[in-house]
Ligand binder design. Sequence first.
Ligand SMILES: [Zn+2]
Length: 264
Amino acid sequence: MTDLLREKLYRSEAIVLNRMDYGEADRILVILTPARGKLDVIAKGARKAQSRLGPQLDYFARVNLELARGRELDVIRSVESIDRFPHLRENLEAFGHASYFVELVKNLTQPREEHREVYDLLARSLVLLNEKVDPWVIARHFELALLTALGYHPELFHCVNCRQPIQPEVNAFSAELGGLLCPRCRNEDPASITLSLTAQKYLRLLEREGLAAAARIKPSPADKIEVQQVTSHYVRHVAERDFHSLRVLGALQQATPERAPGAG
Ligand SMILES: [Zn+2]
């Protein structure tokens, strides 16, 4: 091996977030790594029948990779499987949830931004799904923990408007303001979602004590609906806000190429 090649090589653990066919026999993959964040990489010849790369680089697969830095895309040189999560490929509900998790990570992280916490969260959540833990609990925990890791920690103990401690009564959750609103401030966000006391307790448990504690409690069907409305709505709200900001930024840059967005 030449020194030049050795300099270009690096190793990383990774989870496959997405993959698409490219050219005659190659595949482009979107992977998440602990230290380098989200990356687009290429697996050359991965679609050839005799390829040693292809079979190991399935959706959600957790792998050890050896990569070479490329001019545009880094190139996968070898793959070693860590976990293929077989249950996720046999069970539609588990597959659907795993797809949702990787979709969220793909959409809410920026390329080449270090996200160790997100990497560990995704890896742990896939392991639990594969071990047949209730997907509903894993998903609600995933949404809350992902938001927290990305700087959108939901405020569940003080009113996000008047800052008074939240009282044990019916309150409302505002995705726009990122937390609970007390009954007096509820109208600050007409789109806020009403939450029963038990649903609030469950959210706090999930957020504070984590998945193991939450998995021991069986919320009522009504509480489940409320909790899911809050976590899923909040995640969608953050995702759309991010996409929206990117679109606005892109449009501004096209309209006024000589000025920075927001200038003047
Ligand atoms: Zn208030």
